[in-house]
Design a protein around this ligand. Structure first.
Ligand SMILES: C[S@@+](CC[C@H](N)C(=O)[O-])C[C@H]1O[C@@H](n2cnc3c(N)ncnc32)[C@H](O)[C@@H]1O
Length: 346
């Protein structure tokens, strides 16, 4: 199965882009829960300056990787982008952290095989991540080039992983794709000119100006991204956390999202709206989420004019077939909150 990020808006991005529209004056599109960055990329294509935020480093890296331009990733000291990728792909595997924890080699330490990657692929991920780190330390690549290579590595990791869509668990039987030799692929770089900035942290702590458009696409269900994508976070950070359990989870609870708890989600929404200065806010939400759309729109009405738009009926990504059968059709909504008048009256 190909990798699909839970809640990714890739399939409805055009409808969302129509609601976003073109930028007016000097303002930014602030994607507070950027995930894969599919929506931010669409906004950047329409000419917006973009700010990307997420609690996960891996999400911000994936999203920012989509917006790297040829001029910011020249790889002059490595003979160009493609040459850098070829050099990384030619590295021999090493027995590093991923090899030890997330391949069958884990049996030596914990008594069972964590079959996320074959030994060979895990060792190659280790080698490539170590080399990217070394290149940066030696100043052979700059910050954007490092980010791009890590984003490319995350894509390669997703292609090689023996999972059913998330890293919440590995599959006991090997899938054919997991046996393919893991390799980075050079991507078509972004062809745009707008400014791109990033931050990693809680959406409510993000600086958003009154003229910025705040796009809010939080988790809808109990699935915690920090746990479901723990290996991507480890590859991005290149660290060696103490991991535990059958899945080998890195410590993730400090990144648990309030939006994933039924009894905290509405409070998390209202707190966020109160903390942000933006006059125009756009929320993505769906009708199989913790909060019913009517309840959410009612709560938002106390902050300004609310326009809910049903953008599409889709089979939103689900982790397994049983979940898909349980709700074949899911409606995705965009809710626009415009609090201009309310602020003016205040
Ligand atoms: C529904 S996904 C966003 C999908 C994204 N729009 C896309 O198209 O790929 C929600 C994202 O919110 C992040 N997240 C969860 N709680 C957060 C919080 N309190 N502040 C910032 N980001 C958060 C998750 O890590 C996840 O990447």
């Amino acid at each position: 199965m190909t990798f699909r990020y839970i809640g990714s808006k890739a399939r409805v991005v055009e409808a969302i882009a129509r609601q976003i529209g073109a930028p007016r004056g000097s303002c930014r599109f602030v994607d507070l829960f950027c995930g894969t960055g599919a929506v931010a990329q669409a906004a950047a294509r329409m000419g917006w300056d973009v700010h990307l935020n997420d609690t996960l480093h891996s999400a911000v890296t994936m999203a920012a990787g989509r917006l790297i331009t040829p001029s910011s990733a020249r790889f002059d000291r490595l003979g160009g982008y493609r040459s850098a990728i070829e050099t990384l792909n030619a590295l021999p595997a090493i027995a590093g952290f991923l090899h030890r924890e997330y391949s069958p080699a884990s049996v030596d330490r914990i008594g069972f095989e964590r079959r996320y990657f074959t030994e060979q692929n895990a060792g190659r991920i280790d080698a490539i991540r170590a080399e990217i780190r070394a290149w940066r330390a030696l100043d052979r690549i700059d910050e954007s080039e490092e980010l791009l290579l890590i984003a490319d590595l995350l894509s390669a990791v997703n292609r090689a992983a023996n999972i059913a869509g998330t890293y919440g668990c590995f599959l006991s039987k090997w899938q054919a794709q997991a046996h393919e030799p893991m390799a980075l692929r050079a991507r078509a770089l972004f062809d745009g000119e707008g400014a791109v900035t990033t931050s990693v942290g809680e959406a409510r702590d993000c600086q958003v100006g009154p003229d910025d458009l705040a796009y809010i696409d939080p988790p809808y269900t109990k699935r915690q991204y920090a746990a479901y994508y723990h290996i991507l976070e480890t590859v991005t950070l290149g660290d060696t956390p103490v991991v535990e359990g059958v899945s080998g989870l890195r410590p993730w609870r400090s990144k648990a999202s309030d939006f994933c708890y039924r009894n905290r989600a509405l409070g998390a929404f209202t707190e966020l709206v109160e903390r942000l200065d933006a006059r125009r806010l756009l929320f993505s939400y769906s009708d199989d989420a913790h909060i019913e759309i009517e309840i959410l729109t009612k709560a938002l009405r106390s902050y300004g004019a609310v326009i809910p738009v049903q953008i599409q009926d889709i089979g939103r990504y689900r982790p397994n077939r049983a979940a898909s059968r349980a709700a074949a059709s899911v409606s995705e909504y965009l809710i626009q909150l415009d609090r201009k008048q309310m602020k003016a009256a205040a």
